[in-house]
Design a protein around this ligand. Sequence first.
Ligand code: HEC
Length: 152
Amino acid sequence: MRRTVLLLSAILLASFGISYANPHFAQEKPGTAEQKITPEDAAKKNPVPATPEGLAEARKLYGYNCAMCHGKMGDGKGDLAADMKLDLRDWRDANTLEKVTDGELFWIISNGKGKMPGEGDRTKERLRWNFVNLVRSFAKKDAGDKPKTESP
Ligand code: HEC
């Protein structure tokens, strides 16, 4: 009797574990499951215009969630990136993300990619689009800082 109970609970545990783990895994780690960006995702237009308020809100969270890898100025030289030996792109160079669409950036920020964890539903969609605006702004700011050579 005792054995049957043990066996039964073992089976129950195992099946519960499997049914629970599978969909959970798919939801929790979409980046590592090698999901691909669909053309529709890549073509998505940023519905959130870049405003000083939106950028400030994103910058604050960026300091907690992103800067340790991507660096405070978006140069890709955060402490964690160095520890993990990640070779991150330098967003201050306008050429870096020139060919990447807003939709692609949004998808990567949401779902993660490779060693990068995605934000998922942890942050609101509007804020994730503001992350896209912020990531773009690193290059714009840099370009604006350069002295204009063609000025009279
Ligand atoms: C653990 C380190 C880590 C953290 C934290 C992290 N990223 Fe990343 N991020 C990466 C890596 C690695 C890549 C490159 C992935 C690849 O191409 O395989 C990447 C790529 C990106 C890209 C695509 C463009 C590019 O340079 O490749 C964007 C946009 C991005 N991250 C934004 C963010 C934002 C916004 C946050 C915070 C919400 C964040 N990341 C947090 C490691 C990180």
